[in-house]
Design a protein around this ligand. Structure first.
Ligand code: GDP
Length: 526
């Protein structure tokens, strides 16, 4: 086997999806510890400050490096190279989070044992659904009392429409948590609370070692095996193909904080999560094992020095090998560019990349020529599809403080919009600029950057818009009629596409009923 296909096969690229406080940061840290990417617990703090106050986040963004380096974390585990992509979960939730999910091959869903399925998890799962991303589930905080496994399974299946198949099964919860039974290894994995920091636990006990199991579990042994028996009757058998299609999820139980059950979950990612998958382009499917390099940009982030306006474009390698110094073709601009200094984004530090393989993420320095959704190849005119804009959920009207700065405002808004920092809408019947976002912090970031980078002072006003839909219709006559009859709610987005800004969900539903030939789309491709 050539090095290239070996390297490709050993890549595992995934993201953790969860509702704030479910334990994503704690779990990330445990994974990095296991991968040797960090030495000390407590290192993965950088994003936390985002939760406390916007101003902290701004302060942190001034030192840009922090959030950039924690966006993609690469580490070795067993014989695999793991790329863990960060999906901000707190106040800094934005479209980036959604788009990051277009660059992964699987996702690890963290659920709080007591709280079950929560709002943000639901939204992130909707995005995973668009690409049938395989999902691995980690039920966290087992050191606390929570819902029973079957209650949780029921909730996940009902709310997220994915079948649960347990890989491990807990013996007790909260104060009486004694460990998990690993169904496939047919072993019981005991947990000793005092051992958490040492990262080691008592040796596994084989399922047929009755004396050993009794010694650790006492009478709980019978309960455990009765539960497992019952679970076997009610849960489907694990079906690898159904997992790959995103229809079934293998479920692990544990506690990120106490380092229980985390290794088993990481072992699963390493052994069974899919390696680099195929990607659809306009004309054909690109397979990772193809020799020619290709990839797409899913995120752009401002770089260290805001004064220089250089940004880092995150590119997911889809096929072939990236080698330092190589020339790659910028398809949208139809020109070649030499990449002298792409970087890889390790947990602690940025490093120059020598080589990158399918599944890897590289950071390209970008002085404005690269946009989210751009495709890079070795010459072939490909265009990767499926990197969407999502309908924003919050809207604000921009209020300019100095009218003489109108031109700079338009320039700034357009550029920040191309970068994906926000979405802009221009109503047909006014000169307003309406910004749309999926997280409220996006507005603050845009105002701050308009001021810092474009010298424009602006504030926001609330605006009666509940949601946006992109309008599409094959029939030009019907579309014209619609435009004539509904002008007050129509706007152009940053790319000139027609959008309907609905004042309420009720209005949207009524309008959709009234105009059955018009499509109202909640996502639009770049
Ligand atoms: P995030 O918001 O999803 O990144 O969640 P964090 O990792 O910051 O965790 C939120 C809170 O839950 C923190 O106070 C953690 O210490 C705590 N936490 C995380 N994992 C566990 C766990 O396994 N057990 C308990 N009891 N607390 C946990």
């Amino acid at each position: 086997m050539s090095t290239f296909s070996e390297e490709t096969r050993r890549r595992r690229t995934f993201a953790i999806i969860s509702h704030p406080d479910a334990g994503k940061t704690t779990l990330t840290e445990q994974l990095l510890l296991k991968g040797g990417a960090i030495q000390l617990a407590g290192t993965v703090k950088s994003r936390k400050s985002a939760r406390y106050a916007t101003s902290d986040w701004m302060e942190m963004e001034k030192q840009r490096g922090i959030s950039i380096t924690s966006s993609v974390m690469q580490f070795k585990y067993a014989d695999k190279i793991i790329n863990l992509l960060d999906t901000p979960g707190h106040a800094d939730f934005s479209e980036d989070t959604y788009r990051t999910l277009t660059a992964v091959d699987s996702a690890l869903m963290v659920i709080d044992v007591a709280k079950g399925v929560e709002d943000r998890t639901r939204k992130l799962m909707e995005v995973c659904r668009m690409r049938n991303t395989p999902i691995i589930t980690f039920i966290n905080k087992l050191d606390r009392e929570g819902q029973t496994p079957l209650e949780l399974f029921d909730e996940i299946e009902r709310e997220l429409n994915i079948q649960c198949v347990p890989m491990t099964w807990p013996a007790g919860m909260g104060a009486s948590a004694k460990g998990v039974y690993h169904i496939h290894r047919k072993q019981f994995l005991p947990w000793a609370r005092g051992n958490a920091d040492k990262g080691s636990q008592p040796a596994p006990i084989d399922a047929d070692d009755d004396a050993g199991l009794r010694e650790w579990l006492g009478d709980d042994k019978d309960t455990l095996f009765e539960e497992i028996e019952f679970m076997r009757e009610v849960c489907p058998d694990f079906d690898e193909a159904a997992f790959r299609r995103g229809e079934q999820t293998p479920v692990f139980f544990g506690s990120a904080l106490r380092n229980f059950g985390v290794s088993e979950c990481l072992d699963y990612v390493s052994d069974h999560a899919p390696g680099p998958i195929e990607h659809q382009t306009k004309d054909r499917v690109v397979r990772p094992e193809e020799e020619n390099f290709s990839g797409f940009v899913f995120k752009i982030q401002a770089n260290m020095d805001p004064a220089h306006r250089d940004r880092i474009a995150f590119l997911r390698v889809c096929s072939g090998t990236y080698r330092k110094g190589m020339k790659i073709h910028h398809v949208r601009q139809g020109r070649d560019i030499q990449i002298a200094n792409a970087m890889t984004l390790m947990a602690g530090d940025r490093e120059q990349v020598e080589d990158a393989y399918p599944g890897d993420i590289i950071g390209l320095y970008n002085h404005g020529a690269i946009q989210v959704g751009d495709t890079f190849t070795q010459g072939e005119k490909l265009k990767f599809t499926g990197i969407p804009h999502f309908a924003p959920e919050m809207f604000r009207r921009v209020r300019l403080k100095d009218p003489l700065k109108t031109k700079s405002l338009h320039k700034g808004v357009n550029e920040l919009c191309e970068e994906g920092a926000t979405q802009v809408f221009r109503p047909q019947l006014s000169n307003d600029i309406i910004l749309g976002a999926v997280g409220v912090l996006q507005f603050d970031v845009v105002a701050w950057r308009l001021q810092q980078e474009y010298g424009v002072d602006c504030g926001y006003e609330s605006v009666p818009v509940a949601t946006a839909r992109w309008i599409y219709c094959d029939d030009a006559k019907k579309l014209d009629e619609f435009k004539r009859r509904q002008p007050e709610n129509l706007a152009e987005d940053g790319s000139g596409a027609l959008t309907y800004l609905a004042p309420s969900m009720v209005n949207l539903n009524l309008t959709m009923e009234r105009w059955p030939d018009i499509e109202f789309l909640a996502t639009r491709e770049h």
